[in-house]
Design a protein around this ligand. Structure first.
Ligand code: 13P
Ligand code: SF4
Length: 339
């Protein structure tokens, strides 16, 4: 007998589980996966969605592991699954909790310092922020969260993305002289921290930071007359400065929607999303990628793995966060959702 296709299995399982299951998908997922999502969003929208899910007991996350862990933290009574637990995030992995605690022994002594972590971080880092009066942020609300943090304290310890941190702090009007980088392999001398109002962990996203460049922006402007350039804030600050705008994935979509008919837009973010936007809006806006950059971890989620996950719903796919981490991590996430 012929084996059922992943497509059929997924549709059958969705039908069988009905309202008991919700599939969430991040914008960077491939078309052949995102088509099965009940809700698509950026990290902030997905976090909000999780905290609003009432009926469904099962959440299947088509995204990367830290997103599924965030769902567990926000909805510990639900069963959260991911089609491939190896879909990680090198940016999130750049901040190991032991290194961060060692840094905090120095940074925490500098006065009232508020730790803020980008949602692209481990559950332990979120818990560290929750325990120490800090919060989580996403690329969609980093400015609001940073303003909030400066209302609570004199300095901010921003983890783990130095680029999102610097781009946001610059938007707030802070000069680079008031920012310092913390590299655990080469920590700054205490003197270098004296004037630092923002201490940035040294992490960066390999999909955005090294590949989206000022040169790429200049080339886009040369090749496409009157092109508007928008990049994700995980891009490095010089590239962001050379662009017309920056924003989270949802903000990039809003930017495209707001353009007058016939505008040409170059987008600097993950290629699945750029291609999808280009196809969806081709009648209105002419979208080109700033550069073709794919996230290898997002690409680990495939229809085949989604079908297996839905068929089995076993521990192999279940995402767990240790009980002793959940409460503090939740504090940091809920603070964010209230800001
Ligand atoms: P946003 O969708 O929140 O902009 O995040 C992008 C990202 O890199 C997710 O890993
Ligand atoms: Fe992590 Fe960058 Fe991939 Fe986002 S795009 S999941 S930050 S590696």
């Amino acid at each position: 007998m012929a084996k059922d296709s992943p497509h059929k299995i997924i549709l059958d399982r969705k039908k069988a589980l009905g309202g008991r299951m919700v599939i969430l998908g991040h914008h960077y997922q491939a078309d052949e996966v995102i088509r099965y999502a009940d809700f698509i969003g950026d990290s902030l929208e997905l976090a909000r969605k999780v905290s609003e899910i009432k009926q469904a007991q099962i959440i299947v996350f088509c995204g990367v592991l830290f997103m599924a862990q965030t769902a567990v933290i926000l909805a510990p009574d639900k069963h959260v699954y991911i089609p491939d637990k190896h879909a990680g995030c090198p940016l999130a992995d750049a901040a190991a909790i032991d290194d961060v605690l060692r840094a905090w022994e120095v940074i925490g002594e500098l006065g009232r310092v508020i730790p803020i972590t980008y949602v692209n971080s481990s559950a332990e880092i979120k818990a560290f922020c929750g325990r120490n009066g800090g919060a989580v942020c996403t690329s969609g609300n980093a400015l609001k969260v940073l303003k909030w943090a400066f209302a609570q304290g004199e300095r901010v310890f921003f983890l783990p993305d130095q680029n999102l941190g610097r781009n946001t702090a610059r938007t707030l009007g802070l000069p680079d002289q008031e920012m310092a980088i913390w590299d655990p392999l080469n920590p700054p001398l205490p003197k270098a921290l004296e004037n630092a109002r923002v201490i940035l962990w040294h992490g960066w996203c390999p999909v955005h930071a090294p590949v989206m460049t000022v040169r790429g922006v200049e080339e886009a402007r040369r090749h496409h007359e009157n092109v508007k350039v928008i990049v994700h804030p995980e891009a490095d600050p010089e590239t962001v400065m050379a662009s017309d705008a920056f924003g989270s994935t949802a903000q990039i979509i809003d930017y495209v929607k707001a353009q007058p008919l016939g505008t040409r837009v170059a987008i600097g973010t993950e290629i699945n999303m750029v291609r999808r936007l280009s196809e969806s809006y081709h009648a209105i806006v002419n979208i080109v990628p700033l550069v073709e950059s794919a996230c290898a971890d997002m690409a680990k989620i495939t229809p085949e793995k989604l079908a297996c996950c839905l068929m089995e719903l076993t521990e192999d796919y279940r995402v767990r966060v240790p009980e002793n981490v959940i409460a503090d991590a939740r504090l940091a996430l809920e603070r964010m959702l209230r800001i």
